[in-house]
Write a protein that binds this ligand. Structure first.
Ligand SMILES: NC(=O)CC[C@H](N)C(=O)O
Length: 208
């Protein structure tokens, strides 16, 4: 049997412990990531929900966002939820607060921040997710909307209110909602499988 995938959780801010719990529940080993060196030899990385502007600012002092991008280019899978989706998207509308700060990028979607409404407009919805057997409860909190899918390489895994809410592109997975806030670990299982299946194809880490 393959060893458990090692999945980092970006731990600058946001729903860190909840993602760790979900990843442990699907058999992954986790590591908290606050600095570039902690990205070495990870099979995957979760970029949690929280506040994308806060994460981008906290990451800037160690150039963590470009380091995540480089590790992804070398084969590390990345799962971005809510603010994490914003940090992965190649195009972000309503960038106020993010301008001048590196993001990760790589996911061919255009998102608009806070587009489902304010904190008080947060909502839950039952979503059918491609690849999962049962519908899951999706929690949307000041969530970004995926306004446009920019490439045929992006697969829409779920839709909410008429737009894509969960997408996959190669070894990138992203949701506008918070899968870590419910007991349903289906998306974490899917991500752990993607991270594990791509491990053998990864190029070895570059020496310093
Ligand atoms: N729940 C969330 O992650 C909210 C995202 C937040 N509105 C942002 O722009 O980063």
């Amino acid at each position: 049997m393959n060893p458990a995938p090692v999945i980092g959780v970006l731990a600058l801010q946001g729903a860190v412990a909840e993602h760790q719990r979900a990843l442990h529940a699907v058999g992954a080993t986790t590591r908290l990531v606050r600095r570039p060196a902690e990205l070495e030899n990870l099979d995957g990385l979760v970029v949690p929900g929280g506040e994308s502007t806060a994460m981008a600012r906290l990451a800037a002092s160690t150039n963590l966002m470009p380091a995540i991008r480089e590790h992804h280019e070398q084969g590390m899978a990345v799962f971005g939820t809510c603010a994490g989706l914003i940090l992965l998207a190649n195009d972000v509308a309503d960038e106020a607060g993010l301008q001048g700060f590196d993001r990760i990028g790589g996911l061919d979607v255009a998102v608009r921040r806070n587009a489902y409404g304010a904190q008080l407009d947060s909502f839950e919805e039952q979503l059918e997710v491609r690849g999962l057997e049962a519908p899951m409860t999706a929690v949307f909190i000041r969530a970004p909307i995926i306004e446009q899918v920019l490439s045929d390489d992006v697969e829409v895994l779920a839709e909410a209110r008429g737009t894509a809410a969960a997408v996959c592109q190669g070894n990138l997975v992203a949701t506008s909602f918070h899968p870590e806030l419910t007991e349903d670990t289906g998306l974490h299982r899917l991500f752990a499988e993607i991270a594990e299946s791509r491990r053998s194809r990864r190029r070895p880490a570059l020496s310093p």
